[in-house]
Design a protein around this ligand. Structure first.
Ligand SMILES: C[S@@+](CC[C@H](N)C(=O)[O-])C[C@H]1O[C@@H](n2cnc3c(N)ncnc32)[C@H](O)[C@@H]1O
Length: 239
């Protein structure tokens, strides 16, 4: 704090990301006693409480990539986008801002995340977006056959929700941005990442065997733990 005068709070992680809300416990080490902060990323601002909601600034590049795809696509076709695990709106708001012709539905089960999501919608002056608080297992029934594009950022348990996502895609199909954890303990260091990506793609293909997969594109989003990655898979599906 002596060196960097802009730093107002120093906190230490007391836990990993945990529970349904995917939040973590923190301990304030120095500075102001607060865990609420404002994060600026890719031209958007996010107010959030680091202890009450999930947030990871390391996903900035991925959010930019997905928002670019949505923005490019919305030039020719208005899209209906569903963010199934929206948190404070980190993907949803960037998409809504950059694809103003499209409409985004941002859903989350954590009341604190939805409170910040609603504030962030106002803060970023986006109107083509709605925030929905609820368990996707229940609220998905309101969005059957509605989505052209779905974001599924819940890597630890994403497979539990794939069937719901497929129900929400339009009958003609659409794109899912699917995030999953994959390990490759068996591979040598130079092949580890490629092996993990191939395994993740193969597993998703198997789960989608009743559906027509038009294309699939995958990349590392970040290292999660030794030998384990979060793999992002874009998959275009026709029912
Ligand atoms: C890994 S965080 C991702 C948040 C946000 N998409 C981001 O990238 O910052 C997953 C989010 O899913 C929410 N969540 C977990 N289970 C859910 C469920 N059954 N229905 C709706 N939201 C859920 C959590 O509250 C959490 O905010």
């Amino acid at each position: 704090m002596n060196l960097h005068k802009s730093i107002k709070v120093v906190a230490k992680r007391l836990s990993a990301v945990e529970g349904v809300f995917r939040s973590r416990r923190l301990k304030i080490l120095a500075g102001e006693h607060r865990t609420e902060t404002m994060h600026k990323e890719n031209g958007c601002r996010y107010l959030l409480d680091l202890e009450r909601v999930y947030f990871n600034p390391r996903l900035a590049r991925e959010r930019n990539r997905v928002a670019s795809l949505a923005a490019a696509h919305s030039k020719t076709e208005k899209e209906s986008v569903i963010d199934m695990f929206a948190g404070v709106g980190s993907f949803s708001i960037q998409i809504a801002k950059r694809a103003p012709q499209s409409y985004v539905t941002a859903i989350d089960i954590n009341p604190a995340a939805v409170k910040y999501l609603r504030e962030n919608i106002k803060l970023n002056a986006v109107s083509n977006i709605e925030a929905v608080r609820g368990d996707i297992k229940e609220v998905h029934v309101n969005f059957i056959d509605r989505a052209d594009r779905i974001i599924m950022n819940l890597p630890k348990s994403v497979y539990l929700f794939l069937e719901l996502a497929l129900r929400m895609l339009k009958p003609g199909g659409g794109v899912i941005h699917f995030y999953v954890l994959e390990s490759a303990y068996e591979a040598s260091a130079d092949k580890r990442l490629d092996t993990a990506i191939d395994k993740a793609k193969q597993k998703l293909r198997t789960k989608l065997k009743e559906h027509e997969v038009l294309w699939m594109d995958a990349q590392k989003v970040k290292v999660y733990a030794p030998y384990t990655y979060i793999v992002g898979i874009d998959v275009a599906i026709r029912e």
